[in-house]
Ligand binder design. Sequence first.
Ligand SMILES: *Cc1c(COP(=O)(O)O)cnc(C)c1O
Length: 428
Amino acid sequence: MTMSILEIGGVKATALADQFKTPLYVYDQQHIEQTLATFVDRFKSTQFSTQIIYASKAFQAIYLLNLVAEYGLGLDVVTGGELFVATQSNMPRNRIYFHGNNKSLEELDLAFKWGVQHIICDNVMELEVIGQLAQKYQQEMNIMLRLNVGIEAHTHEYIITSHIDSKFGFAWESEECRKCLDLLANNPYLKLEGIHSHIGSQIFDLTAWYASIDKLVTYLKAFNEPLVLNIGGGFGIQYTAADQPLDLGESLTSLISYVEKALAEQQVTISKLMIEPGRSLVGNAGSTLYTVGYQKQTPEKLYYFVDGGMSDNLRPSLYQAKYACDIANRMDAPKTEKVTVAGKCCESGDILIEACLLPVASQGDLLVTYATGAYGYSMSNQYNKNVTPAVVFVKDGIAHEVIRRQTFEDLLHYEVTEKKKRGFKNDV
Ligand SMILES: *Cc1c(COP(=O)(O)O)cnc(C)c1O
């Protein structure tokens, strides 16, 4: 009997698993490049310039950042660590935007030293520190204000929040905002570049986004000169058949048209429109391969155990995220079993998929979960001292190892005394 085997980027899943072991994060590079091209082609206006920055928390690797830079995108980083990795890539420093609600003095200092030119300010205490650093280095810094517009996007609906309690940003009408504007007016090194808002993730309906754009454009009326308008990220992707995301290209065109219309109606001009997608750039391009181990039948459930779990995909246990899966080495086998796919970590909550249909599986079969490209590797951890899997990018039949699989020795990497005792110089 011939078996149909899943191929990613022209390489059989079985070959990838043999070469790089499982669990394994696999990215279809062509998929990422097509998405990058869609963003670049469709997020354009004849009335203002546009810029797309990749929210790199979704997945950061130098190989990907180089690709993102090549397509002309910029980068959103949130910590000193993400900033450091960005500086090791080909991403031009002037395209890096530093986000985050609690950037430390040390992190902000690095931003100045490393030539970052754009900081998204989350609160007035932070702005004071940025102002002092700007004066110390006699270096101008472009500041965008993170505004909380009181709109929370959920997949198909949105909530207008009357009291604004998010840890991110501040309301336009707030004392915090007034103080920030005062600081900006009184420090010659701080330049107000624009305003920013990010209303949520997995957005499947643009009405929330439209409502936030209306508010932001109203705020812009207060300024004499055209500023940058950054409307955040949050494009939804498909995890399972239950998710029906909007067409990305059409969404981008609709957002551009909506901003053009809102600006015309309110007679406002902007210097630039920005968006910052994370998940939508990499999520659907990534899959995870696991090897099926033991199985167990309980009164209610048939478990397939896999060789990873919440250590490589935290999202199901963190917030009940749903995934779809297949047996990758027998894609044509009839799906007759209702299965719970469980990981190998010591937590009852370490369930990757609660109920799915799968073929009868054997030990050693390959199980693939789809859409793990965003917030998969980046949320991975070494719980139970599971080693972090390798990351490969596959294109035109060639697999390129981007991050190697951890070794057991890597698990001792930070153990100071153990290292001394064993006389480690370098990692194995
Ligand atoms: C997380 C985040 C994004 C990206 O969100 P996605 O849902 O991954 O597109 C963009 N901007 C900010 C400020 C964020 O916190």
